[in-house]
Design a protein around this ligand. Sequence first.
Ligand code: PLP
Length: 371
Amino acid sequence: MNIETIAAQAAHKIDSATGAVAPPIYLSTTFERDADGQYGRGFVYSRSNNPNRQALEECMALLEGGHSAVAFSSGMAAISSVFQALSPGDHILLPSDCYHGTSQVVRDVFSDWGLKATTVDMTDPEQVSRALLPSTRIVWTETPSNPVLKITDLAGIAAIAHDAGALCVSDNTWASPILQQPLALGVDLVVHSTTKYLGGHEDVLGGVVVGRQDSDFLRRIRSIQSRYGAVPSPFDCWLVMRGIRTLAIRMPAHSERALRIARFLEEQPRVERVHYPGLPDHPGHATASAQMSAYGGMLSFQVRGGIEEAFGVAAKVKVFVRATSLGGTQSLIEHRASTEGPTSSTPDNLLRVSVGLENVDDLMEDLAQAL
Ligand SMILES: *Cc1c(COP(=O)(O)O)cnc(C)c1O
């Protein structure tokens, strides 16, 4: 089945009890046990499993081409489950440009648990090889990366990780499975913040881990899901499934608009630099063209000057919304360094843009007047 069909039908989950085409939301926290003590219908208690969560997990496994998926209450819960599945003394390689929450949780929480981490430029395979240790268990990738849209060669980095006996994990939030399929490139685990493009409407928080194969590590993540209990509610799962139905047409639409805006920004005298992998002079353009079907709806740009000039531009937008997050129908603009806080290494003059689904001329006009 092609991915557009899987997405449009949300994995064809017709309710078996009633034939409902839009699935019901199963709010029940507990499920009846058979007279012989079995749970013949497969559900026991909603922390361990729930019909809506199961449907979302099956759908995500199909979309990413994986063996199975494990859903969480947020992207950070999904990401943390991967680190929680490691053991004290294990070593992680993290990319220098990466979602701030990921590097922060490793530094501030998991270092106390005895996990070791080294930060490298994931776009440089030699640096990655040199940083590997005998104890390296995970090579973490995020492409395009947050916030300067670096592009990592997923097949190349997965091969390096495997040679060293480590797993390669890829945060596929920004590309979504429509634009990029990391598992097919050899990556072992994909993580998502489903809060972003998968949910797609800025109204639900969630996360998911998808494994290429069944493994002890994936089973450990599943057991962390039900024991630690950072599980998504049935309604959250339902909302993400609803978002998925339009994902395959939303992603190319976000990407087309973002490319137009990136080209437009390049021409603006008050813009110093545009970061978008769809631009031919972006250092990751060739790799992105090889591993993505379009370049996505995220871009960032640096305003000539410093923090004040960048805030000045953000202050003047009327169509864009000044807010964090991404992946929804409304275009957002954000001064990223101040969101990330004092440990941020994001340039002070950088604005991050999530291009929504508005008319692109309205968006360009808005940026033109703000600049
Ligand atoms: C937003 C985001 C996360 C965190 O997800 P939450 O749902 O906010 O917990 C992780 N990775 C990337 C790339 C993100 O954009």
